[in-house]
Every structure is written in structure tokens, then in C-alpha cells.
Design a binder for this molecule. Structure first.
Ligand SMILES: [Ca+2]
Ligand SMILES: [Ca+2]
Ligand SMILES: [Ca+2]
Ligand SMILES: [Ca+2]
Length: 298
């Protein structure tokens, strides 16, 4: 939106718009703190796209400062669409501004949008932002920023000053190629037995990330690692530096430790899933055998 006078009329208008388009369940939730741009939330939208639910600031009360950043890994030539829905007509309407940036350290702004025409399916208002068919110029990491009028973006993920405005939105990202590196892992390495695991026990589960021809553990983005029942559990405690060759291929493997309870294993599980990313943004997935054992009496 371009004029403050339009902004005032919008807040009256938006109330009457609630209910025209209902917000569907999102695939992913925003996780603060995702600003400044260097703290962007890592997301994996995939070719079929996903829908993320985010909130600029809060949903009630006085507006506070907020801007949201996400980062994803894409391939040169991917035709990516970024689409805000329910910015207007959600729980609290906000006039979104959207931009896509190149990688660190410059975070050069590649495209920006405030309002989009014509109205797309999923949006209640053309005040919702949309970047249509942006062609990724190279393979690598891209950053997406969500702000609000009049806080437009500039290079570096910087936003212009202006009154804070808050509200919820959905962000649909589509057209990003999958790039998945599959690795082998060993849960509780060092024994030939299938790892016994008691989901209720306190403590850590050691998991070895095993090197292979296409995988050097020292290139893992350690903080991205998640592990557990479905692989999305934020259970990481720490990883030690690759020191030992556990699988006998002559290359060093890395052992990481995950919180046992946060890994959310349950009766019947026969494998654990590790997910994460390499430092270049390539996604990583590994699976390893385990067996769930009942809690022993103390
Ligand atoms: Ca936020
Ligand atoms: Ca934020
Ligand atoms: Ca939209
Ligand atoms: Ca807008």
C-alpha cells in the first residue's frame, strides 16, 4: 500500500473481509528469533511447495517491531514463487511486504513486492505480497524477508523505518528443487547390536554420521541437525569434531549427541531419522536401526 490514508481505511475494510478466505492448516510454523537476516529460519519447501504460518509481532495489543527471515537452498534455474496469503483477513490483518535476497555476506535484494495484482487464490486482498516466477540465478542459499508497509526492504536485509504493524500471515513457497544427500548413521555406535533405546530415559543418544565417498561430516551445518522419531525433533545437544573412523572407510566420522526424551521415540519404532543440511545448504537425511525397550524398574 502506498499511502497512509489508505492504510487507515484498510483496517476498517479488513474486518469485513475476515471469513471470505479461510486459512488452511500450515505445513511449517515460523520460529523466532528469525531476524536479522543472518538468523533466518532454515526451511525446505521442496518442488511441490509448502505453506508456512508466521506472525509479524503479535496478534493483540500494541504493535511491536518485528521482521521475519527464512532461508532455503535452491538450484540454478528453479522458478520460485513466494506468495503471502491471509496477511489481510487472518487473525490480525497486516499489509505485508516481501523480498528475496542472495546469500551472505551481502544479502543483495533480488526482488521485492508490496501489493500484488490480480488477487490470487488464498488471498483476501491485493495488499498481500507475491513474487511470481523468480528464476534462481545460481545454485545456493536464498533468503526471504517478510515485513510490512511502509517498512520496505533494502540490500542487506535492512528495512526502512516506519510505524510498527503486526499481524499473522501465511507464506507459500513453491518451485524449489529438492537436493537431498542421503547418508548412513549409526545410533549408539560401537556395538554390533541394534541400539536399545528407552524413550523415557534421561540423557543423550549418540549418533554417528558415517562418512562416504560423497559425504564428509566436517561439511555438515551442525546446528541444523534434528533427530528422532520422524527426524524433525529439535533434540540436538552437541557434536564432537570428526576424530575416529567408525565404519572403516579411512575417513573420519562425526558423533553427535541428542536429547533422548526430545527425540520422541515411541513403542514400535525400529529406526531413527536424522535430518539437517550441509554448510552449502544441501539437505541431509540419514536413517539408522534401533529398538525401543520398556522402561526398567528403578
Ligand atoms: Ca515473527
Ligand atoms: Ca522475526
Ligand atoms: Ca497471495
Ligand atoms: Ca502489501
Amino acid at each position: 500500500m502506498k499511502l497512509l490514508t489508505r492504510y487507515i481505511s484498510l483496517s476498517i475494510l479488513s474486518a469485513s473481509l475476515i471469513g471470505i478466505q479461510q486459512s488452511a492448516a500450515a505445513d511449517v510454523m515460523e520460529e523466532e528469533t528469525n531476524h536479522p537476516v543472518s538468523l533466518a529460519q532454515f526451511v525446505t519447501p521442496g518442488m511441490n511447495g509448502f505453506e508456512l504460518a508466521g506472525v509479524l509481532g503479535n496478534l493483540t495489543g500494541t504493535a511491536v517491531e518485528d521482521v521475519d527471515f527464512y532461508r532455503f537452498f535452491g538450484q540454478a534455474g528453479d522458478v520460485v514463487t513466494l506468495d503471502v496469503d491471509f496477511g489481510i483477513g487472518g487473525q490480525r490483518s497486516v499489509d505485508t511486504v516481501l523480498a528475496i535476497f542472495g546469500d551472505a555476506p551481502g544479502f543483495r535484494m533480488l526482488r521485492m513486492n508490496d501489493d500484488s495484482y490480480p488477487l490470487d487464490t488464498g488471498s483476501n486482498s491485493t495488499y498481500d505480497s507475491r513474487i511470481t516466477n523468480f528464476v534462481l540465478p545460481s545454485t545456493g542459499v536464498y533468503y526471504v524477508g517478510v515485513s510490512h508497509y511502509p517498512r520496505y526492504f533494502r540490500d542487506g536485509g535492512v528495512t526502512l523505518s516506519g510505524a510498527a504493524a503486526n499481524g499473522d500471515y501465511h507464506l507459500v513457497i513453491s518451485g524449489v528443487s529438492e537436493s537431498m544427500l542421503h547418508i548412513n548413521i549409526a545410533i549408539k555406535p560401537g556395538s554390533d547390536e541394534v541400539a536399545p533405546l528407552n524413550p523415557k530415559a534421561r540423557g543423550r543418544v549418540p549418533v554417528a554420521l558415517l562418512s562416504s565417498a560423497g559425504f564428509d561430516p566436517k561439511d555438515v551445518d551442525v546446528k541444523s541437525l534434528t533427530f528422532g522419531h520422524d527426524g524433525n525433533e529439535p533434540s540436538l545437544e552437541k557434536c564432537s569434531k570428526p576424530e575416529t573412523d567408525l565404519n572403516g572407510d579411512g575417513a573420519k566420522d562425526m558423533v553427535c549427541h541428542f536429547d533422548n526424551q526430545m527425540s520422541e521415540f515411541r513403542k514400535g519404532d525400529i529406526e531413527g531419522v536424522l535430518k539437517g543440511a550441509m554448510k552449502d545448504g544441501t539437505m541431509l537425511e540419514g536413517r539408522g536401526l534401533l529398538k525401543v525397550v520398556p522402561e526398567k524398574a528403578h
